[in-house]
Design a protein around this ligand. Structure first.
Ligand SMILES: NC(=O)c1ccc[n+]([C@@H]2O[C@H](COP(=O)([O-])OP(=O)(O)OC[C@H]3O[C@@H](n4cnc5c(N)ncnc54)[C@H](O)[C@@H]3O)[C@@H](O)[C@H]2O)c1
Ligand SMILES: O=c1ccn([C@@H]2O[C@H](COP(=O)(O)OP(=O)(O)O[C@H]3O[C@H](CO)[C@@H](O)[C@H](O)[C@H]3O)[C@@H](O)[C@H]2O)c(=O)[nH]1
Length: 479
């Protein structure tokens, strides 16, 4: 520990996790010098302006509080690696797209590159902390790379400190986490390293919520937490299909079931499917691990959570087409919301993308409105995940219009699809929207976000996930 600082931290990776996590550490620990580093100059430049590279409520204020004081953003990784006492690795670990394990295994190439970079540069001992979500036993690989390059008097301790923040609520999640998990070698040096990192969090988080475990439990807990959360969403979504067939109401079921303390209320909100960069990737990672260890029944069990999610998205597209007289060719369909959830501009694995892809195959004219998503981000993700490339297929640019005004997006439309639960969608004048639409005016609510009774009174034909159709099941909902 050196000069005026109690501790010097470097975080490699200035993304959705690295940026907010380090901004909170810097805010809560003014005597800790925090540098967020990245190989992307564009990303770092944006962190140094007031137009941050990610949208997250409360983030800009938090960054501004410490930036230039004890929070810095830099691409000079060589210098910062050498100076740091603790180095967090918070780089992306996407699903492999080719080679062994393609489509399931996590690609930990970026973590390995960070380890090699640290090994090459470090001239003093470091604590290296995996913040990225990784397959269990990744720390072993990182430790071996570091150990193979150890110079005299330079030692490395490798810890696991997975992140549990959710996008859209990252700042409150970081300020008041349910728990912080730190795993490390159960040796005197490992335990001392755990204590160094625990002390940082203990500045604002009660000790009872800082859990310490062995390395492998920590790495695996992260995958298990996401698998359990996603499993709840798939479970309630499977029931939504049964509700539509029987006249039961999925919201009533969610409430009745969730009031059992043993089950709990949260993560039982039915939807068009879960999206985001984590759930699918992390379950696939778990599936691949189970298969690697010869546990095929365990792999099959978890894979079903993803299959149910795919079914839910497909079911929604099919419902749109079948309700609209089995054809949407040439019809204008408005997609309200493109982000994978509200209060984020992130579109990775967003369910809206799969619905747009399916509707494009039916030759619909799609108009998208989202308060945070740019056209560029929409096409980038569509190309990466669905292989739909507007540059090689210019017809697509005519078929997908991105609007900046929701009323313009809905004007002349045959149907509206609610894909993200943005609060502003509740505030619109739906009478005005209805008047400007083609009739019958369809509305498909993939988030159970709007007041369906009020919409039906205006004249909309409403279809909503897991909700009884009032024509098919009279008496199942208040008229
Ligand atoms: N997004 C979330 O909400 C969330 C929450 C918890 C955990 N995680 C996990 O955290 C990790 C990071 O996720 P993210 O969403 O922040 O990713 P991200 O893609 O937003 O950011 C990753 C950053 O790492 C940088 N990077 C890649 N290789 C690098 C290298 N060798 N050196 C320095 N920088 C490098 C990239 O340029 C990028 O800016 C993943 O493993 C993810 O699964 C994500
Ligand atoms: O009842 C629910 C809850 C969520 N979702 C959907 O599930 C997806 C994921 O939502 P959420 O978990 O809130 O957001 P993420 O930012 O993906 O956060 C998850 O993934 C992160 C990355 O690993 C973890 O850190 C978080 O703890 C974990 O909640 C989104 O599409 C939501 O709309 C539902 O459909 N119904």
């Amino acid at each position: 520990m050196s000069d005026q600082w109690d501790l010097k931290i470097l975080c490699m990776g200035a993304g959705y996790v690295g940026g907010p996590t380090m901004a909170v550490i810097a805010k809560m620990c003014p005597k800790v010098r925090v540098v967020v580093g990245d190989i992307s100059q564009k990303q770092i430049d944006a962190w140094n302006t007031d137009v941050l590279p990610i949208y997250e409520p409360g983030l800009l204020d938090c960054v501004k509080e410490s930036r230039g004081r004890n929070l810095f953003f830099s691409t000079d990784l060589d210098k910062e690696i050498d100076e740091a006492d603790v180095i967090f690795i918070s780089v992306n670990t996407p699903t492999k797209t080719q080679g062994i394990g393609a489509g399931a295994a996590a690609n930990i190439k970026n973590c390995e590159l960070c380890a090699r970079h640290i090994a090459k540069i470090a001239t003093s001992s470091k604590i290296v902390v995996e913040k990225s979500t990784v397959p269990v036993r990744t720390a072993e690989a990182i430790a071996r790379i570091l150990a193979a390059n150890e110079k005299s008097d330079v030692t490395f301790q490798v810890l696991s400190n997975p992140e549990f923040l959710a996008e859209g609520t990252a700042m409150t999640d970081l300020m008041n986490p349910d728990r912080v998990l730190i795993g490390g070698p159960q040796t005197p040096a490992g335990l001392a390293a755990i204590e160094t990192v625990a002390k940082v969090y203990a500045t604002w988080i009660p000790r009872a919520q800082i859990l310490t475990t062995n390395l492998w439990s920590s790495e695996l807990s992260k995958l298990v937490a996401n698998a359990f959360l996603a499993q709840r969403v798939s479970s309630i979504n499977s029931i939504s299909a049964l509700c539509e067939a029987t006249g039961a109401d999925v919201s009533e079921i969610s409430r009745a079931v969730g009031m059992d303390d043993r089950i709990g209320k949260r993560f039982l909100q039915p939807s068009v499917g879960f999206g985001g960069s984590c759930f699918q990737k992390d379950i696939l990672n778990l599936v691949y691990l189970c298969e690697t260890y010869g546990l095929q029944p365990c792999a099959d069990y978890w894979r079903q959570v993803i299959q149910m999610n795919d079914f839910q998205k497909k079911r929604f597209s099919e419902k749109i087409v079948s309700s609209m007289f089995n054809t949407v060719t040439g019809k204008k369909i408005t997609v309200l919301g493109y982000a994978f959830k509200a209060d984020t501009g992130d579109v990775r694995e967003t369910p809206a993308m799969f619905i747009v892809r399916d509707l494009l195959q039916e030759n619909a004219k799609i108009h998208v409105y989202d308060p945070q998503v740019t056209r560029e981000e929409m096409w980038l993700e569509m190309n990466y995940t669905c292989g739909v490339n507007h540059e090689t297929n210019p017809r697509l640019d005519e078929h997908v219009v991105t609007a900046t005004d929701p009323y313009e997006a809905c004007k002349g439309s045959h149907a509206i699809c609610i894909m993200t639960e943005w609060a502003e969608f509740k505030t619109y004048d739906y009478q005005k929207i209805y008047d400007a639409m083609e009739k019958p005016a369809f509305l498909f609510d993939g988030r159970l976000h709007l007041d369906h009774k009020a919409l039906r009174e205006i004249g909309f034909e409403v279809h909503a996930i897991g909700k009884p159709d009032p024509v098919k099941f009279p008496g199942s909902t208040i008229a």
